[in-house]
Every structure is written in structure tokens, then in C-alpha cells.
Ligand binder design. Sequence first.
Ligand code: C5P
Length: 253
Amino acid sequence: MTDNVQGCTSVAGGRTPGATTPIVVALDYPDPRQALRLLDALDGAQCKLKIGKELFVRGGPQFVQQVARRGFDVFLDLKFHDIPNTVAQACNAAADLGVWMMNVHALGGAKMLEAARNALDKTGGSRPLLVAVTVLTSLDAHDLGEIGLTGTVEENVMRLARLTHAAGLDGVVCSPRETALLRGALGADFYLVTPGIRPSDSAADDQKRTLAPCEALQAGASYLVIGRPITRAPDPMQALRAIQSEIAPLLAR
Ligand code: C5P
């Protein structure tokens, strides 16, 4: 594990040109009011924000729009997985909320992935980024076998990431431990969005295979999704600043 800035030597992964930060804070709060309290201390140059199912169901599309209007890039993490037409319409609706990034499940298949991408292409202008989840990190090889997927988790991740790439999506969500492999196989322009990030001084919580922010960037991550190390810190702003300082030498290169 990299535990100091001396360990930060180079970045292998790309990000949106002109992007100011690779940090995406996961707003995993049960109540939109709690999330808004954190937002009051932040601005969009410091981090991007991920809104997942719990907060979306509680706060609704209005909450997403409210956050986007405050100048934050919003990653809407709803992991759509349905028939192609339904997913395409859902992506359209999400784009209307002004989000920066959204996601679908690669297991929905090539037709669904292409329908989602085509729907966003039709929105014109600077459409939201579209990334796919390959294999949920909660699944192991035994779980995959039960649903009829043979091979190792890594083989399934690679196959689904290639399918996502071929369908013209912008990237995948992946575990930090898969990042180097995917970066090597899929090239510099494919976004790798990695949760499971733990600064060297934080608890792992329920994450089993973590990397430090510098390590993940060096392995080729484009964006780092970080929740509890920031949102549950006694001083979230201080925790965010510490991570920013930790990765600053890498981003300056
Ligand atoms: O608190 P923590 O940093 O573990 O939060 C990580 C965020 O990334 C959570 O919102 C979690 O749901 C999400 N995530 C993950 N692992 C995945 C996909 C998403 O931890 N494979």
C-alpha cells in the first residue's frame, strides 16, 4: 500500500480533459438534508458527487437537480438493467436531470448497452458519461456459477468490460484490484471508475479489496469513488483535504 506522497510517481489513467478532480464523494446518506449539510461546505471544484439508490429514492429527481444546480458534477449511480427500450428511456430521463455520469449493468447485454449509448448520443451537446458495472464486487465465483456464469470473477469482469467497450460506452466501474488489468487491455481513453478506496489511515469498513488513492491512480483509475472515509469522518472537509494533498503530486504531472 502507498502510505505517503513519496509513493505517488505517475498516473496511468485518463480523465475528462480539463477535469479538476478525480475524487467522487459517495453521498451515502439516508436523508437528503444530511447530504446537503456536507454540500454546504463544498464546491464543485473540490469533488464530484455520487448519488445512489437510497438517496435517489428518498430525495427524488428534484434532489439530483438541486445538487447539479449547485455546480457539482453528479454521478447518478442507479445501475439500470432492463430491456433496451426501457433502459434507453431511463438514460434519457437521467440526462434531463443534468447529471455528469450515469451507469447501467453490462449484464443487460450488448443491445441494451448500445440502446443506452444511442439514447445519450441523441441528447446532443455534452452528453453525460455512460459507464457499466461488470460484476458486482459482492459476488464471488460460486455466486457466478449459481447464475450460470462460468470462469473466474476476473474472466467475467474482462469479458463484460470488453463488451462495454465494444458497445461504445465510456468506461466501467471496477474494483481497484482490476484497474491495472483493464487499463492495459482497454486503452488510455476508457474511464475506470473505482470504489473500494481507502486512504492509508482509514478503516476498511466492509470493503475487502481496497487500494489507497495514489495506488488506484497509479494502477490506471480515472475516478476514485470515496464514501465513508470522508462522509463518516469527524471532520469530512479535513478528510477530503487530506486525500487531495495525498494525490496532488500525481495530478501535477
Ligand atoms: O463508503 P465507501 O467508500 O465504501 O463507499 C463506496 C461507494 O461505492 C458506495 O456508494 C458503494 O455502494 C459503491 N460501490 C462499491 N463497490 C462497487 C460498486 C459501488 O463500493 N463495486
